[in-house]
Design a protein around this ligand. Sequence first.
Ligand SMILES: O=C[C@H](O)[C@H](O)COP(=O)(O)O
Ligand SMILES: C=C(OP(=O)(O)O)C(=O)O
Length: 362
Amino acid sequence: MPLTAGPADTLPTLDNRRTHSVSPLISPALLRQEHPMDAAIAKTVAEGRSATVDILNGDDDRLLVVVGPCSVHDPEAAMDYARRLAAKAEAVRDRLHVIMRVYFEKPRTTLGWKGLINDPGLDGSYAVNRGLRLARKLLLDISALGLPVGCEFLDPITPQFIADTVSWGSIGARTAASQVHRQLCSALSMPVGIKNSTEGDVQVAVDATRAAAASHVFPGINADGLAALITTTGNPDCHVILRGSSAGPNYDTETVRDVLARQAKAGLPQRVIVDASHGNSAKDHRRQAVVAGELAQRIGEGERGVVGVMLESFLEAGRQDLVLGQASALTYGQSITDACLDWATTDDLLTTLAAAVDRRRG
Ligand SMILES: O=C[C@H](O)[C@H](O)COP(=O)(O)O
Ligand SMILES: C=C(OP(=O)(O)O)C(=O)O
């Protein structure tokens, strides 16, 4: 029997059938007004970006080091860490360009706490407006120490709220193949590292850097939070991060050489950053020190393809489980996502990496 259209009020509800609620989100412009950029911070951000680009292009022979917690869950502990790192970064600045990992968005394999922007109360209350405010304030406060910051970009609209404060960006292993994220990279004003997949596919990261270098047109939001069509010029400063995989590490010289050859074949600049954590350490923080030590050895012997190293590090070693709603039970300065190196070990590794650059200079 053919279906006939009835009056509008008899139509079934077709929309929002799985939406529980829709609530207001502050606009990027309002957040930027509440937590404004100033001239000193802008200088730190701009110099953080340009030094990174110079290292990526071989015009600065220092080593890029992206180091900091797997995720920020406690702004006070993050500031405590940032003060120590800022002092160390200053002490080795002639050999290392240090950027602090200040990650607010966590891509989960299945489920879990998704970061300070999504759930700043660590209790499942999802106060996203508060999360955005905390994130922007912390990024500005850390940059005000003269320490440039790096973030992973996960949600495609988050950058409008914070990207002006960020000197280096990352696209994670779970989103490297995503067209949405590649388009986003093409718009970002800072250099962006893109990871190999969790299964170990390195070509996906090479392809992503190639896609991000091109111009794209895609829907997004403007500074007022309104729907907008974005046309980008492309980002020539994207690069591959080798993070290992479920199959094991991939920071060996053969894999590095293979990735550099793939970049050359694609007409891309040849450069690689190694993430000492994740698949390269089997998420055992103690292994990160071994990976960084081996990289320091190779760099000291003249390795130039590896232009940077990433370390997951916090005040205390290891990690702890978060029970939602019980944040007060957490150990101060210890990760609630992946296991991190402690500060003392990090300090030693930064000294080791700086000495490796000295040796490479001969
Ligand atoms: O870096 C962080 C984690 O490795 C990533 O977010 C995935 O975490 P999960 O496997 O614990 O969800
Ligand atoms: C999520 C991260 O890493 P990956 O995407 O490599 O798992 C990270 O660096 O925080």
